[in-house]
Design a protein around this ligand. Structure first.
Ligand SMILES: Nc1ncnc2c1ncn2[C@@H]1O[C@H](COP(=O)(O)OP(=O)(O)OP(=O)(O)O)[C@@H](O)[C@H]1O
Ligand SMILES: [Mg+2]
Length: 362
């Protein structure tokens, strides 16, 4: 783990009766690529505005490099923010947009020239210095905004939905560029997104937020494979929720569901506990016969790499399972589903209880 650059502890923020942030605690390391992920209205932008200094928390503390940020105005923080709308200056050309923060800092003409050239090259805009902003494509504007925000060498760059205005194809390309630029500059990036794929693709660590709270902070693989709550499991990626009762048969634990026994890792839940198992479709084995849970293919969707099957395993239970490339199934086919013991994550919550837990970030 990298040294913590930003530490946020128990930050709360209300707007009238609306609780935008509730006891948010997390830290961001030096040179880390950190993502705030969550549905609309969960408090992502509010948290970012608190970090930048445009809002101040009602309670809790924030420290950068060990220095308390309360009362420090935005322009005195070694933090820069790139807004979703880019907020480029239309009357200045690309070069002058990027140079803006450097001129305000009073840097010399030569230093500005060198820094802007470096950033133009890094963002693949070397031939665009003299272009007007309204002569650029959406992707080019995005890169100018990024270069402008990086120019004064902030320790931390806050990016609120930086790729939100780009179409899907360009978004994917730009993700690679963004990651590369972050790696080259070794600046801490905190990115806001409500796109789970984007968070998984970009971030070293992700904070999943819900209704003003942080539900889990972890690396992409852990968030995906070991979601801490039912909300995280359902929000990030596709999953099946299987309800049942835990049977801790010595070594071989299983969740006893109405349609059969699913091998699982019991964690620290007691024998007999009601629990929910979250299992990703690609972790379920699909075979035509053999041991496992019997069902039949109700329908399927071809997805290129995999085919997503909807398999009815009981009168009222349908599971989604991904069949591998080249495996063909037809509607009505009988299949058997198998579950390696580590396929799922056992969650203590009951349905209807989702999110009502205090397991916030460390
Ligand atoms: N200045 C404000 N005055 C009143 N309420 C606000 C203000 N700013 C945010 N809120 C409320 O606080 C909550 C969190 O808002 P925030 O903008 O942080 O959400 P978000 O996670 O960024 O959502 P989105 O993904 O839609 O941008 C929302 O209920 C919002 O309506
Ligand atoms: Mg927002």
């Amino acid at each position: 783990m990298t040294a913590p650059l930003l530490s946020i502890t128990n930050v709360c923020k209300k707007f009238g009766a609306v609780v935008a942030l509730e006891k948010v605690s997390l830290h961001v390391g030096t040179g880390e690529f950190f993502a705030l992920l969550g549905p609309s209205g969960c408090g992502k932008t509010t948290l970012m505005r608190c970090i930048a200094g445009f809002e101040s928390p009602d309670s809790g503390t924030m420290a950068l490099n060990g220095l308390d940020l309360s009362g420090v105005p935005p322009y005195r923080r070694p933090v820069n923010m790139m807004f979703q709308s880019y907020a480029l200056f239309p009357h200045l050309n690309v070069f002058e947009n990027i140079a803006f923060g450097l001129r305000r800092k009073g840097e010399t003409k030569d230093a500005i020239e060198a820094r802007v050239s470096e950033l133009l090259a890094m963002t693949q805009l070397s031939n665009f210095g003299h272009r007007r902003i309204d002569e650029l494509s959406g992707g080019q504007k995005q890169r100018v905004a990024l270069a402008r925000a990086l120019a004064p060498r902030p320790k931390m760059l806050l990016l609120d939905e930086p790729l939100g205005a780009l179409d899907r194809k360009l978004r994917e390309e730009t993700q690679f560029q963004l990651k590369e630029i972050q790696r080259l500059t070794q600046t801490s990036f905190v990115i806001v997104t409500h796109d789970q794929d984007e968070a998984l693709a970009l971030a070293d660590r992700i904070a999943v937020m819900r209704a003003g709270r942080v539900e889990q902070v972890a690396g992409p693989i852990e968030i995906y494979d070991k979601p801490a709550t039912r909300f995280v499991a359902g929000f990030v990626g596709e999953t099946n929720f299987i309800e049942g009762r835990l049977e801790r048969n010595g070594g071989a634990a299983a969740l006893v569901a109405e349609f059969g026994r699913i091998p699982c890792e019991p964690g620290n839940l007691p024998d007999g506990a009601r629990a929910t198992l979250s299992v990703r479709p690609e972790r379920i084995g699909v075979a035509r016969e053999g041991e496992g849970i019997a069902g039949y293919v109700e329908n399927f969707v071809f997805r290129g790499e995999t085919t997503l099957l909807r398999v009815r395993v009981a009168g009222n239970v349908v599971l989604r399972a991904a069949a591998g490339y080249g495996e063909r199934h037809a509607i009505g086919d009988a299949v058997t589903l198998s579950f390696p013991p580590d396929a799922g994550t056992l969650l203590a919550e009951e349905p209807g209880d989702e999110g009502r837990n205090e397991r916030a970030a460390q």
